[in-house]
Design a protein around this ligand. Structure first.
Ligand SMILES: [Zn+2]
Length: 139
């Protein structure tokens, strides 16, 4: 007996999207990679600041009064939340690079137009073009 034809994949619609030139894709990739490097450097910097604050706290907390200790703890917490938000942005950029390879990155979710390279470099998580974004915000 013949196997039934798998209709699930047969009827799938092909993805019809405007195409971006290879040069443009490369430009976006370069912008994203530069952004990632920048963020990685920022992240390392923040981590070493945290380590320093931690060391300060351990070495000269003996003479500190309550207020000093509180300030240092606060500073450290600030640095840690900064580090976390940088890490998040790195992840966003990395995800963007993956989506770029798959061809699903950099298109406006509303109008389907390509999002300008400059905008993507500044906001790797952007899913709308500037025009649509402004329309969204006006609502
Ligand atoms: Zn749009």
């Amino acid at each position: 007996m013949a196997k039934p034809v798998d209709t699930r994949t047969a009827g799938r619609k092909p993805v019809t999207k405007a195409t971006r030139s290879a040069a443009e894709t490369e430009k976006i990739r370069a912008a994203l990679a530069a952004r990632r490097d920048e963020l990685n450097a920022e992240y390392d910097q923040t981590l070493s600041e945290i380590t320093e604050l931690q060391r300060d706290r351990l070495t000269d907390s003996a003479g500190d009064d309550q207020a000093d200790t509180g300030t240092k703890t606060f500073e450290r917490e600030q640095e840690i939340s900064l580090a976390n938000s940088i890490k998040e942005r790195i992840t966003q950029v990395e995800r963007a690079l993956e989506r770029l390879d798959e061809g699903g990155y950099g298109w406006c979710e509303r109008c389907g137009n390509p999002i300008p390279v400059e905008r993507l470099a500044a906001f790797p998580s952007a899913t709308l073009c500037v025009t649509c974004k402004q329309l969204e915000e006006r609502r």
